[in-house]
Write a protein that binds this ligand. Structure first.
Ligand SMILES: [Zn+2]
Ligand SMILES: [Zn+2]
Length: 336
């Protein structure tokens, strides 16, 4: 499914195309994709808030099997089940890369944004940017671990949350439904703020001790909060219920509408902090995949066929996906 031009998702801009099979270059592996998750970042790409390099095959939560290795690639055997996340490559030489902050590298390339992604039967990646998938997860269950989960894990680390503290989650989609499980596992109390009644039910099921709407008053103030929503209004709403000295983490790459003016005295004073999150590192993905198998994370996945990508992304935009959305590659397409 190829994106050729920027357009609202309502116009169904992804089209089914026949492309030549990619060839793995030096140190790269060719992967036969079995499933690929969908993500809000893809809506940002499609609608131009985060313009990709066109034409592009989107998708950065890829699970598949190694078909063959390019020259000099030795890490994986053919048939190994691997995943690819948002980080497709970084320069490996700059001070960010040397400090383990490759997510901030100025040559950071995103999968399905600056390099071809996983809304396809085949894709290639450097073997250094692929991860073995823990056995306990099916292909479908593993897809949201690679972005929603790995980025959610990074959000949680950056929130500075400590055992016994209270965490607020604003929005309850693919990432939050995994983060609530990690936070519970780490002994924290989780409050979930979301408009959707169905999302509140799922949040309770996965361990939230209180749920409400973003404008509601939680039973206690939040030591930290993560805002997963694509709208600006949740920023003052989260700051309003944040404890003194608390930190609010903004998880999305782009907000769809502006953050309203913030009343300094009421919302920001008392040493409150706001921190954004940019991309992920390989370490985030590796650590999180290990943790996910240990907990183990239950991923709630709604499946679509590859050719239904436009519809799946429209449902995501409308907040109508429960848990995480995922595209399944069709068996019969494999030999087309
Ligand atoms: Zn993503
Ligand atoms: Zn770098």
């Amino acid at each position: 499914m190829v994106l050729k031009e920027i357009s609202p998702i309502e116009n169904k801009p992804l089209t089914m195309e026949e492309l030549p099979d990619p060839v793995p270059g030096p140190k790269q592996i060719l992967i036969r994709v079995s499933a690929c998750g969908i993500c809000h970042t893809e809506l940002d790409e499609i609608e131009g808030r985060l313009p990709p390099k066109l034409p592009i095959v989107l998708g950065h939560q890829i699970v598949g099997r190694v078909e063959r290795s390019g020259p000099g690639a030795t890490r994986f055997a053919s048939g190994d089940r691997v995943g690819i996340a948002w980080i497709h490559s970084a320069c490996g030489k700059c001070h960010f890369c040397n400090e383990g902050r490759e997510n901030l590298c100025s040559e950071f390339r995103g999968t399905g944004c600056h390099a071809q992604g996983g809304y396809a039967q085949y894709t290639v990646v450097s073997e250094d940017f692929a991860y073995l998938i823990p056995q306990r997860f099916s292909d479908a269950e593993a897809t949201p671990l690679l972005c929603a989960g790995a980025i959610g894990y990074r959000d949680l680390i950056l929130s500075g949350m400590r055992k016994g503290q209270t965490l607020g989650l604003f929005g309850f989609g693919a990432s939050a439904h995994i983060v609530v499980q990690i936070a519970k596992y780490w002994g924290c109390e989780v409050f979930v703020f979301t408009r959707g009644e169905e999302h509140r039910i799922l949040a309770k099921k996965l361990g939230a001790s209180w749920t409400g709407r973003p404008e509601d008053e939680p039973p206690r103030k939040l030591h930290c909060a993560i805002d997963f929503t694509p709208v600006g209004e949740t920023v003052p709403q989260a700051l309003r219920v944040l404890e003194k000295g608390g930190r609010l983490v903004l998880a999305v790459i782009r907000k769809r509408n502006p953050i309203p003016p913030l009343d300094y005295a009421n919302l920001l004073w008392d040493e409150k902090e706001i921190k954004s999150v940019a991309n992920i590192t390989r370490k985030d993905a590796l650590e999180f995949l290990h943790l996910a198998a240990e907990i183990p994370i239950i991923s709630e996945v709604q499946e679509f066929k590859l050719e239904e990508a436009n519809r799946a992304l429209l449902l995501l935009k409308q907040g109508r996906i429960q848990g995480a959305g995922m595209l399944r590659m069709q068996e019969e397409l494999k030999n087309m």
